[in-house]
Design a protein around this ligand. Structure first.
Ligand code: C2E
Ligand code: MG
Ligand code: MG
Length: 570
C-alpha cells in the first residue's frame, strides 16, 4: 500500500492539533482526534494494554483499552509497539490492519510508528499535567481541594465576569481540638474530610471548598446554594465510627461575601480581603456564628483598627478615667461600696466602655487597661485615706483575658501593695467562663485572691449560662445579679421572674454570698428588691457612674436619703 504523502502530512498535522487541544485523556475525544489519521493509514482497530510494571507484564496482568475500531480488522497480525514510562509502567500498542484494504509495507509501518510515538508522548504529557494539577490543587491529608484551587477558580470567574453570580465563604470549624480529643486525631481527620465533602456535594458545579490550613477553609459557590451552605455550617452531624454509626456535631464560624457589580472585583485578593474580614469579625462576635461582608462592617472594622492604634498613646496620656458608681444598702441608704468603670476622654468627648472595651478585648490590650484602672483606683483610695476620708470597698472589672496569666494574682497584689492599700478595700469582678480550661483558671485565681484577703464577685450573673457549678465550686464573696433578673414592675409575686429572683437571692444568702443587683432604675425596683430580701443595689436610681470629684463628695456625705428622683442629706 502506498499512502499518499501529502494526505498523510495533512492528517498528521490535524491529529497533532487535535491531541494538543485535549484537556483530559477522555477516550471519545482521543479517538475523535485520531480517526482521520487512522483512516488514512487503513487501521481497522487500535488498542493498548496498560501494565503497572514489568512484572505485571510478565504475568499478563494488564488492562486493555480499545481506542478505535472500524471496518474489518485482520486479527492475526497486529503491528505491536512497546513503550515503557519513566515510572516503570508499560504500554503495548496494537494496530490492526483492515482485511478489506491493501496490507502495510515498510514505509507504512514507519508512518504507523511515528503515529504511535505521538500518541504515547501526548498521553504522557496529559498524564503529567493531571499529576501536577492534582499535586498543586489537592489537600492530601483530607483529600479535598486546597486554597490554590479556589484561587484558580475565582480568577476564572472574575475574568469571565461570572463572579457576581457567586458567593464566597471563609470558615473556621468550631472547637475542633475538642472533637480531636473526643474521637482521636485520626477519626478527627475523617470527620473533617467528611464534613467538607458532604458540603461540596451540595454545591452546583463548579462551586467548591478549599482548605487554607488547619481547620480553616475558603469556598466559592453559586448564590443559589447559599441556604444549603449556611445550614451545613450551622451544624451537621458527621459519623466518625462506621460500625456504631456514632456521630459528632460539627459547626463553623463563617464570613460570607456576595460580590456586587458595583464592588468592581479585580482579583482574588479583593474577594479574600472582604470574606476573611467578615469571618474574623464573626469569630470575635459574642452573639452570632456568621456574618456577611458589608460596607458598614468594613467601616466598623476600620474604626476598631483606629482604636487599637490609638490605645497605647491614650494610655500614656492618661486619657482613660475612672468613674465610680456607688453601691447602696437599701435598708438604710448608706454607701456600701462602688464600682470603678472606665471612660475614655478623647478630645473633650467622653467615650463609654461599649465603644472601646470589646475592641481591646480582642487583644491583650484589655489587660493593660485593667491594670491601669486598678492602679488609678488604688492611688485614689490611698489619697482618700491620707486625706482622712473613709473610703468604701471599690470593685474593679477584670477581663477573662487575664485568666491564662499565671502571675495575675501576684500582679494584682503588687499594684495594691505598692499603693499601700488595705486588701479589704479592693474587690475584683469577673464574669462567668465558657470553657472548662477557663473555669479551672477562674477557680485558681479566685481562691488565690481569697487567700490574700481580696474580695471577688461574679459579674453579670443571669446573662450567660449562669451555671450553678460556678457558685458551688468557687468560693466567691459577692453575686452581682444583672438587671435582666429584675422582674417587670407589673408582674405578680408568682411570676417566673419574681420566683427566680427570690430564690437566687435566697440561695446566695444561704451560701454566705453578698447579693447585689445592678441596673436599679426606679423606686419600684427598690421595692421589689426589699420584698425579695436583696439589700444591695447599684443603678441610675441612686447614681450614674460619677467622675472622681463628684464621687469624693458622695464619700464625704456617706448618708444621703434617696427618695424618688431627689436626694436629701442627713
Ligand atoms: P458592668 O461591669 O456590668 O458594669 C455595669 C454597667 O451597667 C455600667 O456600664 C453601668 O454604667 C451600667 N449601669 C449602672 N446602672 C445602670 C442602670 O440603672 N441602668 C442601666 N441601663 N445601666 C446601668 P458601663 O460603664 O457602660 O460599662 C459597661 C461594661 O464595660 C461593664 O459592665 C464592664 O463589663 C465593662 N467595663 C467597664 N469598665 C471596665 C474596665 O475597666 N475593665 C473591664 N475589663 N471592663 C470594663
Ligand atoms: Mg462590673
Ligand atoms: Mg455587670
Amino acid at each position: 500500500m502506498t499512502i499518499e504523502f501529502q494526505e498523510y502530512n495533512q492528517k498528521l498535522e490535524e491529529m497533532i492539533q487535535g491531541l494538543e487541544g485535549l484537556k483530559a485523556w477522555d477516550l471519545p475525544d482521543v479517538s475523535r482526534a485520531l480517526t482521520p489519521m487512522l483512516h488514512v493509514l487503513h487501521v481497522a482497530k487500535l488498542c493498548w494494554v496498560f501494565y503497572p510494571n514489568e512484572r505485571a507484564e510478565a504475568e499478563r496482568a494488564g488492562q486493555e483499552t480499545r481506542l478505535f475500531e472500524e471496518g474489518t480488522p485482520e486479527m492475526t497480525r497486529p503491528f505491536v509497539m512497546r513503550e515503557v514510562n519513566p515510572g516503570g509502567s508499560v504500554i503495548i500498542y496494537s494496530f490492526y490492519s483492515d482485511v478489506q484494504k491493501p496490507g502495510w509495507d515498510a514505509d507504512d509501518l514507519e508512518k504507523l510508528h511515528a503515529v504511535e510515538k505521538l500518541i504515547f508522548v501526548f498521553h504522557g504529557r496529559i498524564r503529567l499535567i493531571k499529576l501536577v494539577e492534582e499535586r498543586t490543587y489537592t489537600d492530601y491529608q483530607l483529600n479535598t481541594r486546597n486554597m490554590a484551587y479556589v484561587m484558580r477558580l475565582t480568577a476564572q470567574l472574575i475574568f469571565r465576569k461570572d463572579i457576581y453570580d457567586y458567593c464566597m465563604v471563609c470558615f473556621n470549624l468550631k472547637g475542633f481540638s475538642l472533637v480531636n480529643s473526643r474521637v482521636g486525631r485520626d477519626a478527627g481527620t475523617v470527620v473533617m474530610s467528611r464534613f467538607i465533602k458532604q458540603l461540596v456535594n451540595k454545591l452546583e458545579e463548579p462551586g467548591t471548598i478549599g482548605r487554607m490550613g488547619g481547620d480553616n477553609f475558603v469556598g466559592v459557590f453559586k448564590k443559589s446554594d447559599l441556604d444549603s451552605v449556611r445550614t451545613h455550617l450551622a451544624g451537621t452531624g458527621i459519623v466518625y465510627n462506621d460500625e456504631t454509626n456514632e456521630r459528632v456535631m460539627i459547626s463553623a464560624v463563617a464570613g460570607y461575601y456576595m460580590p456586587d457589580e458595583k464592588d468592581e472585583i479585580q482579583n482574588h485578593d479583593d474577594l479574600m480581603d472582604r470574606v476573611t474580614m467578615a469571618m474574623n469579625v464573626a469569630r470575635h462576635a459574642q452573639d452570632t456564628m456568621e456574618l456577611f461582608y458589608s460596607v458598614e462592617l468594613q467601616e466598623k472594622q476600620t474604626e476598631q483598627k483606629r482604636i487599637e492604634r490609638q490605645f497605647p498613646d491614650a494610655l500614656v496620656r492618661n486619657e482613660f478615667k475612672v468613674y465610680y458608681q456607688p453601691k447602696i444598702n437599701i435598708q438604710d441608704y448608706t454607701l456600701a461600696g462602688a464600682e470603678a468603670l472606665c471612660r475614655w476622654v478623647k478630645n473633650g468627648e467622653i467615650i463609654p466602655p461599649g465603644g472601646f472595651i470589646p475592641v481591646l478585648e480582642q487583644s491583650m490590650n484589655i489587660c493593660l487597661l485593667d491594670f491601669y484602672m486598678l492602679e488609678r483606683v488604688c492611688s485614689d483610695i490611698r489619697r482618700w485615706l491620707d486625706q482622712g476620708r473613709k473610703p468604701v470597698r471599690v470593685s474593679v472589672n477584670l477581663s477573662r483575658r487575664h485568666l491564662g496569666d499565671m502571675d495575675l494574682v501576684d500582679h494584682i497584689i503588687d499594684i495594691i501593695d505598692r499603693n499601700h492599700v488595705p486588701h479589704h478595700l479592693i474587690e475584683i469582678e469577673l464574669t462567668e467562663t465558657t470553657t472548662e480550661v477557663e473555669f479551672e483558671d477562674l477557680k485558681r485565681v479566685v481562691n488565690s485572691l481569697q487567700e490574700n484577703g481580696i474580695c471577688t464577685s461574679v459579674d453579670d450573673f443571669g446573662t450567660g449560662y449562669s451555671s450553678l457549678n460556678l457558685i458551688k465550686e468557687i468560693s466567691w464573696n459577692v453575686l452581682k445579679l444583672d438587671k435582666a433578673l429584675l422582674p417587670l414592675v407589673a408582674q405578680s409575686v408568682f411570676s417566673n421572674d419574681n420566683i427566680m429572683l427570690r430564690h437566687v437571692v435566697a440561695m446566695a444568702t444561704d451560701l454566705g454570698l453578698e447579693c447585689i443587683v445592678e441596673g436599679v432604675e426606679t423606686r419600684e425596683h427598690v421595692d421589689i428588691l426589699l420584698e425579695n430580701k436583696c439589700f444591695l443595689a447599684q443603678g441610675y436610681y441612686f447614681d450614674k457612674p460619677l467622675p472622681v470629684f463628684d464621687f469624693e463628695k458622695r464619700l464625704d456625705k456617706q448618708k444621703e436619703i434617696y427618695c424618688g428622683e431627689g436626694k436629701k442629706e442627713i
